[in-house]
Design a protein around this ligand. Sequence first.
Ligand code: CU
Length: 198
Amino acid sequence: MSSRRSPIAALLLAAGLLAAGPARAAGGTISGKVEATPAKYLPDTVVYLKNVPGTHAPRTHEMDQRGMQFVPHVLAVAQGDTVKFLNHDKVAHNVYSPDGEGYNLGSFKQDQSASYTFKKTGAYTQLCSIHPEMLGYVFVGQNPYAAAVDAKGHFAIHDVPPGTWQLAVWNGDKLKAPDRTVTVVAGKALTENFSLKR
Ligand SMILES: [Cu+2]
């Protein structure tokens, strides 16, 4: 009748459960809406988490040049990620940024591309030397938990590790909102709205 486990077996079981826990548990979601005053600065907004420990697999993102614009206008990536810059216009475009370590990927024609891997965090103004009116931003965070807002100011950050984090808003050097402490629980959704002002 005895089904009692030895102390060692109990320890191994506990260790196994603990090891399986973080990989199995879903992260949380943080979503909400950002309002900006003046509203014209709303498109230049990223909501992000500061300083989340742990490593992430580097990803490759795409920023297109289409209709004489960078698409998306703001791209949020993580340190170590690569951005592949595309060109779907009939004219040649250039890709350069004076920010961070700076880069100039030269000029390329329709259906050609050029890639850059972002080694340092920060916001990179994305410019084209051929068309001075073109402007985009690559926001490079410390971690992948960041999202640019859509046209109405909505954002969603998915698969956030459970824990207590600092939630912040980037809007260049134009508008601001105070950082906020949030506690993320696995499988739960948080709603966080922001109002940006000068
Ligand atoms: Cu251009």
